[in-house]
Design a protein around this ligand. Structure first.
Ligand SMILES: [Zn+2]
Length: 349
């Protein structure tokens, strides 16, 4: 076989694997709402609301972000394109298409409302549009929302946002709360009381930690906030005691390989610590973080991890069961979801 023929054969095998993965039922827990906006939707909203188009949309190649500030700047530019509550209905059409295309049976989608509230939009107005769109696209049984606060906006803002969540979560399909934003200089422990209140309300808890920050942020997430899950958490890999705590307490890591590569948290897919975390017995699942912004599907994440980290379909299926267990669903819904996944993956592993 010539070198070219071998390459073509490899490409065909990868394409077949990708197609197969695309059609298998899945669950995703770490998704940011605006990061699901297709470039075409972003273009039309920017035009309608007379907002400049973010630079990454004009780039024909995958965009790599040199700094966290550059990423946040881009993300905020996307947020600016959503000027009125009704604009969120357009975005939700992209959400529905993404879930269908990836055969996602259940997703938890995070929204960070402060920037909008600061521009005069009302929390309830947007939540109403989001919930109506779930009904209109017939995906209400597949989605729960998480409400995030950006820690570098400060505790006062966080309190203002979370108080609205605590008062209205049952009304709007909100299943939990999260923390995003700059890790350095903004310790998660400050949110201890708010996380306690969230738990009192029956809300699930997660927090981004150990992505840009250090293992110390993950420790605080676990010990001060009492989170059930950590967003990313990849910096745990250098801290043996933390790996043990995460494994013993079965704290789930929401792993987003492509996001880590694009934001240059790891240099390559092969260098990602997902295998080490898995072998340490920590429950984890795969996620896209911002699929449209990165130009990827959830099946791409599975494919990358299988290709570069030697995971098999059986392990992918197990990671899905971890995601179900770590979801903020009722025990009854988890049970039903597990059955659906088992049914769907039965023939491949
Ligand atoms: Zn994230």
């Amino acid at each position: 076989m010539t070198h070219l023929a071998r390459q073509e054969e490899q490409t065909r095998i990868h394409e077949d694997a990708r197609r197969q993965l695309q059609h298998l039922p899945k669950v995703e827990l770490h998704l940011h709402l605006e990061g699901m906006m297709r470039p075409a939707t972003l273009r039309s909203l920017c035009e309608k609301n007379q907002v400049p188009l973010p630079a990454h949309v004009q780039a024909s190649e995958a965009h790599y972000f040199a700094t966290f500030d550059e990423f946040v700047y881009t993300y905020h530019r996307i947020c600016q394109a959503l000027a009125q509550p009704g604009d969120f209905a357009l975005l939700m059409a992209d959400v529905a298409a993404y879930l269908r295309r990836n055969h996602i049976l259940y997703a938890e989608i995070a929204w960070t409302p402060f920037l909008y509230l600061n521009r005069g939009l009302r929390f309830a107005e947007v939540m109403e549009v989001l919930n109506e769109a779930l009904e209109a696209h017939n995906i209400a049984d597949r989605v729960h929302f998480l409400i995030d606060v950006q820690r570098d906006h400060g505790l006062e803002v966080g309190t203002r946002v979370f108080e609205q969540v605590f008062a209205t979560h049952n009304q709007w399909r909100i299943a939990g709360v999260g923390l995003t934003g700059q890790e350095e200089g903004f310790p998660p422990a400050e949110y201890r009381q708010l996380y306690h209140q969230a738990r009192e309300c029956g809300l699930g808890t997660t927090a981004h930690a150990g992505e840009y920050g250090t293992a110390k942020d993950i420790w605080q997430g676990v010990q001060a906030l009492g989170v059930q899950r950590i967003g990313h958490g990849i910096r745990a890999v250098h801290d043996r005691a933390l790996l043990d705590i995460l494994a013993n307490q079965q704290i789930h890591l929401e792993i987003c390989p492509t996001s880590n590569v694009r934001l240059q948290r790891v240099l390559t897919y092969s260098a990602h610590p997902v295998r080490t975390l898995w072998q340490a017995g920590i429950p984890l699942g795969l996620n896209t973080d911002n699929p449209a912004l990165f130009g990827i599907d959830l099946s791409d994440e599975y494919h990358k991890v299988m290709e570069h980290q030697g995971f098999g379909l059986r392990e992918m299926y197990q990671s899905l069961l971890h995601s179900v267990q770590a979801s903020f669903l009722s025990a009854e819904r988890k049970h039903a979801l597990r059955q659906q996944l088992t049914q769907g993956w039965r023939d491949v592993c």
